[in-house]
Design a protein around this ligand. Structure first.
Ligand SMILES: [Zn+2]
Length: 84
């Protein structure tokens, strides 16, 4: 399989997509997170450049998930206090 590299969804852009933008219509929210492992109906792959320049439609908010440092809380291991 050589389809791991996905291109930015912008027509004129040839950069590699590193982020996935998802429209959550129910919440009027645009979610920008780590590149999705599978293609969703309302998701668009974007390069960092275009993800950073994205502006939400009027009345929408943009939520940016930080995917570099740690996985989202719901996917990560439970946080446990350090051993004394
Ligand atoms: Zn782009």
């Amino acid at each position: 399989m050589t389809e791991n590299i996905r291109a930015c969804a912008r027509m004129t852009c040839r950069r590699e997509a590193t982020l996935t933008l998802t429209y959550a219509y129910a919440d009027s929210t645009v979610v920008i997170g780590p590149l999705a492992t599978r293609v969703e109906p309302h998701a668009y792959d974007l390069c960092e450049f275009h993800a950073a320049r994205l502006t939400a439609p009027r009345g929408w908010q943009v939520v940016r998930l930080e995917g570099d440092a740690a996985p989202p809380p719901e996917l990560g291991a439970p946080v446990r206090p350090p051993r004394a």
